[in-house]
Design a binder for this molecule. Sequence first.
Ligand SMILES: NC(=O)c1ccc[n+]([C@@H]2O[C@H](COP(=O)([O-])OP(=O)(O)OC[C@H]3O[C@@H](n4cnc5c(N)ncnc54)[C@H](O)[C@@H]3O)[C@@H](O)[C@H]2O)c1
Length: 308
Amino acid sequence: MKNILVSGGAGFIGSHLIDRLIEMGKNVIIIDNLSTGLKENINKSAIFYKRDIRALNLKQIFQNHEIDTVFHFAAQIDVRKSLNEIEYEIDVNIKGSVNLIVNAAKYGVQEFYFTSTGGALYGDNNVLPATEETEVMPDSPYAIDKFTIEKYLESFKRLYGFKIFIFRLANVYGPRQNSQSEAGVIGIFSTRMLKNKKILVYGDGKQTRDFVYVKDVIDAMMTIYNKKVEGIFNVGTTEETDVLTLFEILKEELDYKREPIFLEMRPGELLRSALAYNKIKKAVGWKPKTSIEAGLKKTAKWYKENFR
Ligand SMILES: NC(=O)c1ccc[n+]([C@@H]2O[C@H](COP(=O)([O-])OP(=O)(O)OC[C@H]3O[C@@H](n4cnc5c(N)ncnc54)[C@H](O)[C@@H]3O)[C@@H](O)[C@H]2O)c1
């Protein structure tokens, strides 16, 4: 049996995907530099390389293992940091991704799966929910770089003939999400509530996002993987949830007694975001199953049990 390489496999979404692949009896190789990922997320049945996707010696991994499939999750995922540390952003999200793609092409990979972004890519263009046909309006280096890698993949598909599968994800949440970064409001709220720390809300808290539960995301990826339908697919719920609603549900679940502190809206922050999922539903029959209430309940339970 050939091998599946997962970059970013010690991270939030990647580690859930690997658990599923291992359950299916697949051979998995992980590359992760543990910059935000955690050793404890790494499935013991996978082979782990602590390696940076920018590394020149990435090719050794392709030479030593016969790899036919790549899932590429490794990234600098913080939108705000992508503005403040643009060179690092480009280095990891463009140069690192291209390094991985070039190696994949050179060493005969047949399928390349990429996690792009939905919300940040469609931006504030007032089309709600956004479909894959909606004009992209990337407003941050992070979103521009995700779009750039989509284009690299389309070009490399034409040049080298591998199949490409692109997931434009909504805001993913669930167990193992890193609460340190700017990326996961649910993780940040949960851990701060458990430490009884103050919760900051930027603006009036009415800004919305499309929150999709991680298990539903893995189901979407695995359905595409099993049916091999190529293309660009939104993975979201079409539902908008505002920050104050999140706050209220988590407050209840985590028995938090304080009220939020409202601060000025941060410049560049999206007001609303939601993704349509008709395309993936039509292609492979996927739709989200977990309501925001059920997903938050499970997530809050996990944070309670894994409170650090
Ligand atoms: N979480 C979301 O809501 C969301 C939404 C849209 C897209 N995505 C994309 O999904 C992917 C996974 O995101 P996540 O939420 O699991 O984030 P995460 O930070 O938990 O996972 C990213 C992993 O990549 C690793 N990594 C970072 N830079 C690396 C490098 N230079 N070399 C090797 N490894 C590196 C980190 O250590 C981490 O384990 C990312 O590409 C992200 O952009 C996530």
